[in-house]
Ligand binder design. Structure first.
Ligand SMILES: Cc1cc2nc3c(=O)[nH]c(=O)nc-3n(C[C@H](O)[C@H](O)[C@H](O)COP(=O)(O)OP(=O)(O)OC[C@H]3O[C@@H](n4cnc5c(N)ncnc54)[C@H](O)[C@@H]3O)c2cc1C
Length: 485
């Protein structure tokens, strides 16, 4: 290990850091994870209260990536995986003109749906004939309007972006938030054509799309990763200083017992962008400013546990999303007890509402009573709610999710190019490569492969230098032998 205590130190024990640690350990590298708080998981935390299982942040993994399925399998998590229940397979709902309507997921159903106007349907069918002309840093709204028309933006994409990314589609980078759709346009010139072609080609190789959680919730995933073989995880280690050395990094952290330091070849900063900015400022002020300029949206999660009999709606789906033109601060409501087993006691239901995001930044100052009132005011008419919840839990996130807003792609390019001046230092968190747990698990693997490749290049370079030195000493030896003759 050439004088290093470990090969890699990861700063931050959220899902980004832990996933990356797992892939690195799998490659045979010695890895340590230092987490500032006294528990791992970062935003993710599953909790039990009165028999209800609630999620502070991620509630499910929506996977289509084979490497993520592979991780679940290899870690043994397959045995505790809980799949979406049949009732939740049925539908997703959308708030439309004050009422819940099933959201059509297939083109045929979309064309038959009353949600879409005849003009909107025609415009949708016209997509394959639209020329590709999007500019750099095109927004989600511009991209979707250009390809599918305004109705698809307002009735499908805007609620999706607000509900799942807490973002504003007018400001969100299409390439960053919808990488699969923008790639299809680039490759096939049409998203519809691309989907059809891929559907035909992927038949043999596709990883089945799978929506799942785990027994005990998403915390089970982070706890299994933190304790996986080859990973040494330390909580209560708040990193304060990173110092560049000739062949690696010296890092020190504040701990309950004082301070701890370590020498490593690679350091991976897996904290949210504002914390990364503070850590990196002494090394590169411009890089710190780029990171510090990434905005975050505030989101409040309100969990309500209720008697099944107090709800008129069959709750036959995953939940619903709310388009902004419906005028609600509630961006979505998940029917957790319909989605996964063991979320609520027998005869009860668990409804989880998401309030705020870029659409309604003002709500971060609301008190708990106002949050609950707003949630009940929205849900009562839509779900036929009677009575009051028997369990209420509120999770507030001041910096819930990074916003891929503005000139996001250019900012990322600048960040990547500045990192080249700091070899051995990497960034790995949800402001880069996608916010979902699936993307975090997949990005962790890509970075692990990059680190392994860099180490191989470094070793090859060292061997080459050693060989060159050997040749030189051999020559010297020859000269020396020659001289002594
Ligand atoms: C309300 C909400 C709902 C969501 N729902 C879903 C969902 O259903 N499905 C899905 O796939 N995704 C979902 N997400 C997204 C997902 O949960 C997050 O993107 C992900 O958990 C972020 O992980 P991370 O490791 O990048 O960051 P974090 O979880 O923020 O972890 C960063 C860690 O770094 C630590 N840290 C900071 N500074 C230091 C320091 N100086 N030294 C040491 N450690 C430090 C922090 O304590 C923290 O533990 C949701 C997010 C939110 C907020």
């Amino acid at each position: 290990m050439s004088g290093h205590d470990r090969d890699v130190l990861i700063i931050g024990g959220g899902i980004s850091g832990l996933a990356n640690a797992w892939w690195l350990a799998r490659e045979g590298l010695s890895v340590e994870v230092w987490e500032a708080e006294h528990r791992v998981g970062g935003k993710i935390k599953s909790s039990r209260q009165k028999g209800y299982l609630t999620e502070r942040a991620a509630a499910m993994v929506m996977n289509f990536r084979p490497e993520v399925a592979g991780l679940v399998h290899e870690t043994g998590l397959e045995d505790v995986k809980t799949s979406r229940m049949p009732i939740a397979e049925a539908r997703r709902y959308l708030l439309h003109q004050g009422d819940l309507k099933a959201l059509p997921m297939r083109l045929g159903a979309m064309l038959a749906s009353p949600i879409w106007s005849a003009r909107g349907k025609l415009r949708l069918l016209f997509e394959p004939f639209i020329l590709t002309s999007g500019g750099k840093d095109e927004s989600v709204s511009d991209f979707v309007c250009r390809r599918f028309g305004r109705e698809v933006l307002e009735k499908a994409m805007e609620p999706f972006v607000s509900g799942t990314l807490a973002a504003d589609p007018d400001q969100t980078s299409a390439e960053a938030a919808l990488p699969r759709l923008t790639a299809l346009e680039k490759r096939y010139g049409s998203i519809t054509a691309g989907i059809l072609i891929n559907r035909i080609l992927r038949r043999r190789t596709a990883c089945v799309t799978d929506t799942f959680s785990f027994r005990g919730g998403i915390s089970t995933l982070v706890n299994v990763l933190a304790r996986a073989p080859g990973i040494n995880t330390y909580t209560g280690h708040r990193v304060e200083e990173l110092v560049k050395q000739d062949d690696g990094w010296f890092i020190s952290a504040k701990t309950a017992d004082g301070h701890r330091s370590i020498n490593v070849q690679h350091v991976i900063v897996s904290t949210p962008a504002p914390a990364a900015a503070v850590l990196l400022k002494p090394l590169d002020k411009e890089l710190a400013e780029l990171l510090g300029g990434i905005d975050y949206a505030a989101v409040t999660v309100v969990h309500a546990g209720m008697d099944r009999g107090d709800i008129g709606h069959p709750l036959d789906g995953t939940g619903f999303l709310t388009p902004r033109r419906e005028g609600h601060v509630l961006t979505g409501n998940l029917w957790m007890s319909s989605l996964f087993p063991d979320r609520a006691p027998e005869g009860k239901v668990l409804l989880t509402s998401y309030l705020g995001g870029a659409r309604s930044p003002q709500i971060k100052d609301w008190d708990d009573d106002r949050m609950v009132d707003e949630m009940l005011r929205t849900l009562r008419p839509l779900l036929g709610l009677k009575g009051m919840p028997e369990m209420l839990r509120i999770n507030r996130h001041k910096q819930a999710l990074p916003l891929y807003h503005g000139a996001y792609q250019s900012r990322m390019q600048s960040i990547i190019s500045r990192l080249k001046n700091l070899p051995g230092l990497h960034l790995e968190a949800n402001y880069k490569g996608g916010v979902s747990v699936r993307d975090r698990l997949a990005c962790g693997r890509s970075l692990a492969q990059q680190v392994v490749a860099e180490r191989q290049r470094f070793c090859a370079g060292r061997n080459k230098n050693a060989n060159e030195r050997l040749t030189l000493s051999e020559m010297m030896g020859t000269v020396h032998v020659h001289e002594t003759k």
